[in-house]
Design a protein around this ligand. Structure first.
Ligand code: F6P
Length: 550
């Protein structure tokens, strides 16, 4: 597919000019003061997600130019190529079709459906596999003798199901415990094994390739432990989730749920890799999870660019990374069950878009993926929000909050939501050390309040130490409730926004060659560590290796 590289497009130059003339000095407080309609203009609903983008450093000109950038770099054509099943993962010669995993079966009564005809057979296969996997999930749910499900997998074979099982804790079947072992560090597996019994445990060996050394090492150790502790029926107590069915058979697993090479690891929670989630929330819940994601797919493929939430978020990411030069984005989920959501997004964004060459392998002169990091609020507030408010770097923050909680403890949820709103407000409005507290989110008043900030006996006029510069951007995503459907939609939204920025940058968001070198060297170093062979190693690695063998 031919499209203009972003930095060679007219829109890019126009954005550079806009940034120099107005963007750099843009002030959110003035923008709100001048435009009573800013919130309405810069917020929108998408399936299951309401998004407020109004506290971002954008105006109408920037928005229009960013949309023009999307047009000139062919984002919509690239998106349509993905949904048409073209091999847009060019370095691996693969289609990118995780979205097909959440596409409903073709309804013969509705011929004009969004799935291309040539994919109809693949979609049937997807549903056959899904039905089989969900039937198995129901059998496990009904089997009271199985109390512990241990998922052994890493990267996308861990983060997706783990994040989702934790997030949907309120929907998890009582009486089943879920454990996730990813690290090759034996402490992790040993810790889980010390809590379970062979006769009541189901091990799920989750690996797209069934070759990942961490997962294979953990799986072999789990099997040894199972047999040593008196386990007899590997067929009943182990299942595999993989595209490499032959390797799973060699391992001795009888029950295998497969998927396809067109599902990237970090996009695989919708496939058989989602089995722990399906066991946790049931077949109906898993289908709702898929349906929520499908609703977001339909939004992404059909909403006009200017009202297309993944497009707007992805373009905002480009604006911040390439024009403002922001190097990271902080993820602030105001829901304790979303504790692995930042880690999940790290893989999604940084493994997808952490690239320094374009899709043709040509080195890029502009920046790509930011660093993503974060913790659930309110915990993050008492750890690193200091830096977000007063540090030297501007870090856009992406809040996620949920309107209706799943508990009935009085007072907590309102306080949680108030904190989320207040942090976003504080980042934007700031405060001068001499000024009174901001009222209703207005710009900090110029007048002084002699008591301000002095309650703890500090200097009232502490100058810069107590100044909050404000004008720090944030996005606020709001869900009505944290449910299988809304989580599905939220995750699909994030997948597509990563697609959009990757598409503007002209990179292949679907390969991950950068993880290979470390894997190869680890095998070499493991052999050297065993043999004490430092010949030809750099001085540091040799020195450390020798010390480890002392
Ligand atoms: O090392 C990176 C990676 O390939 C990820 O992309 C993937 O999610 C993870 O390893 C696990 O791979 P697998 O599912 O094949 O074990």
């Amino acid at each position: 597919m031919t499209s203009t590289r972003c930095d060679r497009s007219a829109a890019w130059s126009a954005l550079q000019t806009a940034y120099a003339q107005k963007g750099q000095a843009f002030d959110l407080r003035q923008a709100f003061a001048q435009d009573a309609g800013r919130f309405a203009a810069l917020s929108q609903s998408a399936p299951h997600v309401f998004a407020d983008l109004s506290k971002n450093l954008i105006d109408d000109t920037t928005q229009q130019l960013l949309l023009e950038l999307a047009r000139q770099t062919g984002v919509a054509q690239h998106r349509d190529a993905m949904f048409a099943g073209e091999r847009i993962n060019s370095t691996e010669e693969r289609a990118v079709m995780h979205w097909l995993l959440r596409t409903p079966p073709i309804d013969p009564a509705m011929p004009a459906q969004s799935v291309h005809r040539h994919m109809a057979e693949t979609l049937h296969e997807v549903h056959r596999t899904l039905d089989a996997m969900l039937a198995f999930a129901e059998v496990v749910r009904a089997d009271e003798r199985i109390t512990d499900i241990v998922n052994i997998g890493i990267g996308g074979s861990d983060l997706g199901p783990q994040m989702a099982v934790l997030a949907l804790d309120a929907f998890v079947l009582p009486g089943k415990r879920f454990h996730f072992v990813s690290n090759v560090d034996g402490h992790e597996l040993a810790g889980v094994l010390s809590k379970v019994k062979p006769e009541s445990t189901l091990f799920l060996i989750a690996s797209k390739t069934f070759t990942t050394i961490e997962t294979m090492t953990n799986a072999e150790s789990a099997k040894r432990w199972f047999l040593r502790e008196g386990g007899t029926d590997i067929g009943r107590h182990f299942a595999a989730l993989t595209t490499n069915v032959a390797a799973a058979n060699d391992f001795g697993v009888k029950t295998t749920f497969g998927f396809w090479d067109w599902v990237g690891g970090r996009y695989s929670v919708w496939s058989a890799i989602g089995l722990p989630l399906a066991i946790a929330i049931g077949a109906a819940g898993f289908r709702q999870f898929l349906a929520g994601a499908h609703a977001m797919d339909e939004h992404f493929r059909s909403a006009p660019l200017e009202r297309n939430l993944p497009v707007r978020l992805g373009l905002l990411d480009v604006w911040y990374r390439n024009f403002h030069g922001f190097t990271s984005r902080s993820i602030a989920p105001y829901h304790s069950a979303l504790k692995r959501y930042p880690a999940y997004l790290q893989q999604l964004e940084m493994e997808s878009n952490g690239k320094r060459v374009d899709a043709n392998g040509e080195a890029l002169p502009y920046d790509t993926a930011p660093v993503l990091w974060g913790e659930p609020g309110t915990n993050g507030q008492h750890a690193y929000f200091q830096m977000l408010h007063q540090g030297t770097d501007v870090v856009p923050v992406e809040f996620v909050a949920v309107k209706h909680p799943k508990h009935d403890l009085p007072g907590h949820h309102d306080l949680l939501l108030a904190n989320a709103l207040a942090q976003a407000q504080a980042l934007m409005v700031g405060k001068s050390a001499d000024a009174g507290p901001p009222q209703g989110g207005a710009a900090p008043p110029g007048g002084s309040d002699p008591h301000a900030m002095g309650e703890r006996g500090g200097h009232v006029h502490a100058g810069g130490h107590k100044d909050f510069p404000g004008n720090r951007p944030s996005t606020f995503l709001l869900l009505d409730e944290l449910s299988p459907a809304s989580l599905g939609a939220l995750i699909a939204l994030q997948e597509h926004r990563v697609f959009v920025s990757g598409s503007v940058w002209g990179i292949n968001s679907f390969d991950q060659w950068g993880v290979e070198l470390g894997k190869v060297l680890a095998r070499d170093v493991a052999a050297r560590l065993a043999a004490g062979n430092v010949t030809g190693l750099d001085g540091s690695t040799a020195g450390l290796l020798a010390r480890l063998r002392d």
